[in-house]
Write a protein that binds this ligand. Structure first.
Ligand SMILES: [Zn+2]
Length: 206
């Protein structure tokens, strides 16, 4: 079977510039001079328009001409493949941090519970109500995070970051007073926020 790069090159009347390399008129814009480079490497096809079309636009134009296979996984362009793999790694890492976050929330919940008992014993009504509210919030956050997988957790944090960047840090910073877990917790917060920010910026690009 003819390699896909050759099929594309032939259909676009491309000029061969080297082994596995062609230049063609870009199908994604009104191209007068050949701006599209087509490269075949290790069985995958790379397309790049020097006039500035996005790769997704070029692929869409090729697909419209029946020159790009429908099944994504079969002919995933290298850059797309790299992005996919990076995203999967992020999700896996997020799964690892999930337990650390749950631990933070458990500590915070325990502290809020003690605070509630103290205020209750001392008859401090307002503080008691605040501690109770906090207790409920922490319990619901714990439940929410426990039920998310890594990908969902990242998205949830990316959304929270967008809405209230300081709030996310504040919730997670809560257990930093706890000497025993301070270092783990700090690492978890930093990693989580970095991953969430990354997921957020990727989403913005997409
Ligand atoms: Zn173009």
């Amino acid at each position: 079977m003819m390699p896909i790069a050759e099929i594309i090159a032939e259909a676009l009347h491309a000029k061969r510039t080297g082994p596995g390399r062609w230049m063609a008129r870009c199908p994604a814009h009104d191209d007068r001079t050949p701006s599209l480079s087509i490269t075949e490497r290790n069985g995958s096809v790379l397309v790049h328009c020097f006039a500035g079309c996005r790769q997704s636009e070029v692929i869409e134009a090729l697909r419209a001409r029946g020159l790009w296979p429908e099944r994504k996984t079969e002919w995933l362009p290298r850059e797309q493949y790299r992005q996919e793999r990076k995203r999967r790694d992020s999700y896996r890492e997020a799964e690892r941090w999930k337990n650390a976050l749950l631990l933070v929330l458990e500590h915070a919940r325990r502290d809020a519970w003690h605070e509630f008992l103290d205020c209750d014993a001392a008859g401090k009504k307002d503080e008691r109500a605040e501690a109770l509210t906090r207790l409920f919030e922490l319990a619901s956050e714990h439940r929410r995070i426990r039920n998310l997988n890594g990908a969902e957790l990242l998205m949830a944090y990316a959304e929270s970051l967008e809405r209230d960047p300081k709030g996310v840090a504040a919730v997670l910073n809560y257990a930093l007073d706890d000497d025993q877990n301070a270092r783990d917790v700090t690492a978890a917060i930093v990693a989580m926020l970095a991953l969430a920010q990354q997921a957020q910026s990727e989403r913005r690009v997409a």
